[in-house]
Structures are given as structure tokens and as C-alpha cells.
Design a protein around this ligand. Structure first.
Ligand code: ADP
Ligand code: MG
Length: 320
């Protein structure tokens, strides 16, 4: 097969496959995209880079890399309560490998399509493998969920279960194989995080604050507490653990992953008492599982109740 130029790459793997939205006045093909914004809404923008051996192990499948690169960006929009609309892709590749690109674009659009998310542009360069995606979305003015809104007395909730991706990463790094179903579950949780977009939309106008869990609960909740200038008390035995995680590890180790391991991409949010009953009813009616894990309080700092191991404050640091 003849070599692919960057123009072939863009046309064959990205331009052809993307969703087409009416509010993209001009998409891939000119110097920049033209996007129609709604007048009474705020444009919400987030970008995240994935680098080989930092954010994913070298052997990760191309479709999983693409899926995760988009998922982690969507997760940031979910945490703002935003509706995603468009994205841009800056792709740096060591070689133009058709099989790799085919798998990559398949993983990318597998996640983009159900959200009706259009790839509106990007950049294609040669170098060590790195994927930067920028997602753009919208939220009605005044309704965005911020890290800074938590109030003393709010209940703290998390979606889904915590720690599963952390064990998935350990399995990858150590080349450990678990029995078929459990092993598959943890790797899926690591490679295919599910951005909580629908939950984020539901939390608008009910939650006081939100953050997505990329670096682990302690680190990310720490950011929320700092932004809101409050503290929190977490009941460690309330942390939602999957049946698979409970079966794979002693309880304290599973809780350790739930507290400190990254990559879960669940939402952590705080709810004022007066909204709690109504919001929780909506959340459950929509089929989401969310668990109360503690409470916001005025005294700063994070107290873990029912956990004897030392607290590790920092999440992953690129520049320690
Ligand atoms: P320029 O030199 O003006 O930056 P490019 O050749 O980089 O032009 O890009 C040409 C068009 O292709 C632009 O519309 C750009 O947004 C789009 N594009 C480039 N790379 C990608 C990519 N990886 N995914 C999607 N669109 C891309
Ligand atoms: Mg360019």
C-alpha cells in the first residue's frame, strides 16, 4: 500500500467518518472551523492530552487510545454540566500506519456518534505518539457546575464505583491476568471510561459543585475543597466498590484504590440538603447510581473516617 500523506489521513480517517451537525457552518478543510453558537448560552471548552507511556501503556490498542482521549475530555464537560457539541483533534504520530489509523478513527467515532459530536478540525504532525483533543460544548448561562460552589452542610456524592480503573492499570503494568470476566471488567474500566454527560446535565440546578475523578477521589475532592474554601468528612466504608473489586482485593486495599487511584472518570458532586430528595429521585429515575460518601463542613481539610492507612494527598504530578 502506498504511503499516506497527512492530507490522506485527514480525509480518509477523520473527515469522512465524522458526524455532521447543522451548527457547523464550516468543518474540516479550511484554515479554521466556523461554529454557530447559541446566544443565551456559554461556550464551554476543555482540552486534554494523552501521551504514550504517561497516560496509557505502549501496548494499548489504537481504538482504546482514541476512545479514552475523547472520553477524558467529555468527562471534563460532564463535570461542568455542559452539553458537548464539537471537538478538535491534534494528532502526533511516529508513522502513518493505515491499520492503526483505521482502528483509532473507529474508536474515536464510536464514542462521538452517540453524543452527536462533530470533529470540526485539528492538526496532524509527525513525532512521538501524542493525542490532544479539545471539546467544545454549551451550558445555559448561570447553570454551569463549578468546583467552587460547595457549601458547609452539603452532602458529597460520587457516581458509579471507584477504584476499578486503578486495578486495571496495575494489571496492565504488572502483566497480571485475572479470570476472564473480572480481568475484562477492570481493563474495560481503564481503557473505556464512560463520561457522565447525562448525569452532569441532570445535576444542573441541583448540585452546588462538581468535579470529575481523573486523579483519584482524595486528590480531586481536594481540588474542589480548595476552590470552595471548605473541608470534608468522608465515610470510607460508604465508598462504592464494584463486586469485582471486592472479590479481587482485601477490603482495605480496595478502599485504598477507591481513594487514591485515578482514571475512574466518575463525577463527585455536592448537594445542599434542600435539593437532596428531589435530585436523588431524578437521578435514580434516570437509572444512575450515585452514593453519598460524606459531608462538606466549614473546617478545612479532609477527614477520612474508618481508614487507618496514611493519606496520600497528591494525584499524578507531571512536574513533581
Ligand atoms: P493548516 O496548515 O492551515 O493548519 P492543516 O493541513 O493543518 O492546515 O489542516 C487542514 C484542515 O484539516 C483544517 O481544517 C484542519 O482543521 C483539518 N485537520 C488537520 N488535521 C486534522 C485531524 N487530525 N483531525 C481533524 N481535522 C484535521
Ligand atoms: Mg495545521
Amino acid at each position: 500500500m502506498s504511503a499516506l500523506s497527512e492530507f490522506d489521513i485527514i480525509r480518509v480517517y477523520f473527515q469522512k467518518n465524522t458526524v455532521k451537525r447543522g451548527d457547523v457552518v464550516l468543518g474540516i478543510g479550511d484554515d479554521a472551523a466556523l461554529l454557530q453558537c447559541a446566544p443565551d448560552q456559554l461556550l464551554v471548552a476543555a482540552t486534554d492530552t494523552l501521551i504514550e507511556n504517561v497516560h496509557f501503556p505502549k501496548e494499548t490498542r489504537a481504538e482504546d487510545i482514541a476512545y479514552k482521549a475523547l472520553a477524558v475530555n467529555l468527562s471534563d464537560l460532564a463535570a461542568m454540566g455542559a452539553e458537548p457539541l464539537w471537538f478538535l483533534l491534534a494528532l502526533t504520530l511516529p508513522t502513518a500506519d493505515a491499520r492503526w489509523l483505521e482502528a483509532f478513527s473507529q474508536g474515536l467515532f464510536e464514542l462521538a456518534r452517540p453524543y452527536d459530536l462533530q470533529l470540526a478540525g485539528g492538526d496532524t504532525t509527525r513525532g512521538p505518539l501524542s493525542i490532544t483533543i479539545q471539546v467544545l460544548g454549551r451550558v445555559p448561562s448561570q447553570q454551569a457546575l463549578l468546583r467552587s460552589g460547595a457549601q458547609s452542610g452539603d452532602k458529597i456524592y460520587v457516581s458509579g464505583t471507584l477504584g476499578d480503573a486503578g486495578l486495571g492499570l496495575k494489571l496492565c503494568q504488572r502483566g497480571i491476568k485475572l479470570p476472564e470476566e473480572a480481568g475484562q471488567f477492570f481493563l474495560e474500566r481503564l481503557h473505556r471510561p464512560q463520561p457522565q454527560i447525562q448525569l452532569g446535565l441532570l445535576l444542573r440546578g441541583g448540585a452546588n459543585s462538581a468535579i470529575d475523578l481523573s486523579d483519584g477521589l482524595v486528590a480531586d475532592l481536594g481540588h474542589l475543597l480548595t476552590s470552595s474554601q471548605v473541608g470534608a468528612r468522608i465515610e470510607v466504608n460508604q465508598l462504592p466498590l464494584s463486586p469485582h473489586l471486592k472479590a479481587a482485593l482485601p477490603l482495605e486495599e480496595a478502599q485504598g484504590l477507591a481513594l487514591h487511584a485515578g482514571d475512574d472518570y466518575e463525577l463527585c458532586f455536592t448537594v445542599p440538603e434542600k435539593e437532596e430528595t428531589r435530585l436523588l429521585r431524578q437521578i435514580h429515575a434516570a437509572g444512575f447510581s450515585c452514593t453519598a460518601i460524606g459531608e462538606i463542613r466549614e473546617t478545612q481539610g479532609l477527614e477520612l473516617v474508618g481508614y487507618s492507612r496514611p493519606l496520600v494527598q497528591a494525584g499524578y504530578r507531571h512536574f513533581p
